[in-house]
Design a protein around this ligand. Structure first.
Ligand SMILES: *Cc1c(COP(=O)(O)O)cnc(C)c1O
Length: 400
């Protein structure tokens, strides 16, 4: 089949809820992917940071195949021999007390929301049905009805009401606004350490530290959505480490499986997670042995192969070289670790045009909003490959 035939099939038979670049990928290895015509591209999206470990990491593949031959699903009606060790390794790695495993990121966000509401009623003493959760403008936490209920992106919301009540939006990066928004019914603050989908928006230094202090003082649960920033993306295992804090609940997903399989988890301290009782929450596939085996190995290679450190080193190099490119179209470059963005001035005709030009140079990147291109390659990228991205970026910028 020809490339255009695959595209026509997708467009004819699939829902049009995405607008992908017209590249049909059939193979991946490390930072590289190949399309059906054999063209090679450097992947600078890494499936929205789900393949931090690189495409088709051989050790994760082996773990998956080995486990798939033995046992894939028991449901949580019974126990399995992968779940306990998965909890242990994940808790030790992230200094957590408790884990609740789910599948997609959105499910883990929903899980965190349910957990803090229950905590509010049973521990904090919030009157029934009055719990409030504070979130930030331009957040991205997923696509379910409750999650889009507190989105500020009209595209994500319009036409999907009625919405779930109980959420309050404040500006991102403003600790005073957070303090002022808290009432006696506030149970939690849900925030991304760096807003990825919003365009790699980095809050002022000290923001999370202040937020942590306010949460402690006012008895509010701090939930960090690290689904995108976590597992090495920003140059630390968790982005919270940049400010030396610990959240009460941390949500991870995406790279937790190295892109093999949807695996997410809510990490918690004991007090908050202990409010959940048998029968109150669950998922048929959550915590299944295949997911656990894959996730255990995905975490293991992240550490063994120094991917977190590499993210920091290559990310710093990438950003410092990007900052040297001076071009009238570029408004700002920003990033932390290998989570990097170029924001263009609005008049240029859109970030998507750049992404299409970059594709022709063998670089796959994704526009986010009108004027921002995000670069988030797998964390196994090497310096010469960063140089390839840099030279492609310079090449596609129009000469005036
Ligand atoms: C991707 C993402 C989600 C949603 O994860 P899904 O697996 O797509 O449901 C939630 N929060 C953040 C910060 C994300 O980047």
């Amino acid at each position: 089949m020809q490339q255009h035939e695959y595209i026509e099939l997708e467009d004819l038979l699939g829902a049009h809820n995405y607008k992908p670049l017209d590249v049909v990928i059939s193979r991946g290895e490390g930072v590289w992917v190949w399309d059906v015509d054999g063209n090679k591209y450097l992947d600078c999206l890494a499936a929205y940071s789900a393949v931090n470990q690189g495409h088709c990491h051989p050790k994760i593949m082996q773990a998956m195949v080995k486990q798939a031959e033995k046992l894939t699903l028991t449901s949580r009606a019974f126990r399995n021999d992968q779940l306990g060790p998965f909890y242990k390794e994940l808790c030790e790695l992230t200094r957590s007390h408790k884990v609740l495993p789910m599948n997609s990121g959105a499910e883990a966000v929903e899980t965190a929301i349910k957990t803090v509401r229950k905590w509010g009623y049973t521990v904090k003493g919030v009157p029934e049905d009055k719990a409030e959760i504070i979130v930030c403008d331009n957040n991205f936490h997923g696509r379910t009805i409750s999650i889009v209920s507190f989105s500020t992106d009209e595209n994500a919301r319009a036409g999907f009401g009625p919405f779930t009540p109980g959420f309050k939006c404040i500006p991102f990066g403003d600790a005073n606004a957070f303090d002022a928004a808290i009432t006696e019914n506030t149970v939690a603050f849900l925030v991304e350490p760096i807003q990825g989908e919003a365009g790699v928006m980095i809050p002022p230094d000290g923001y999370l530290k202040k937020v942590r202090e306010i949460c402690d003082r006012r008895n509010v649960v701090l939930i960090l959505d690290e689904i995108q920033t976590g597992l090495g993306r920003t140059g630390k295992l968790l982005a919270e480490e940049h400010e030396g804090i610990e959240a009460d609940l941390t949500i991870i997903g995406k790279a937790l499986s190295g892109g093999y399989y949807p695996v997410s988890a809510v990490l918690s301290n004991t007090e908050v997670m202990n409010v959940l009782q048998p029968g109150e929450h669950g998922s048929t596939f959550g915590g299944n042995p295949l997911a656990c085996a894959v996730a255990r190995t995905a975490l293991k290679v992240l550490l063994e192969e120094n991917m977190v450190e590499n993210s920091s080193v290559q990310g710093e190099y990438f950003l410092s070289e990007l900052k040297k490119i001076s071009h009238p179209d570029i408004k700002e470059v920003r990033g932390r670790g290998l989570m990097v963005a170029i924001e263009f001035h609005p008049q240029v005709g859109g970030a998507r045009a750049y992404c299409n030009k970059l594709k022709d140079e063998g670089i796959l990147a994704k526009d986010t909003h009108e004027n921002i291109v995000r670069f988030a390659p797998p964390l196994v990228i090497q310096r010469d490959e960063v140089d390839m991205i840099l030279s492609a970026i310079s090449k596609v910028l129009p000469t005036s």
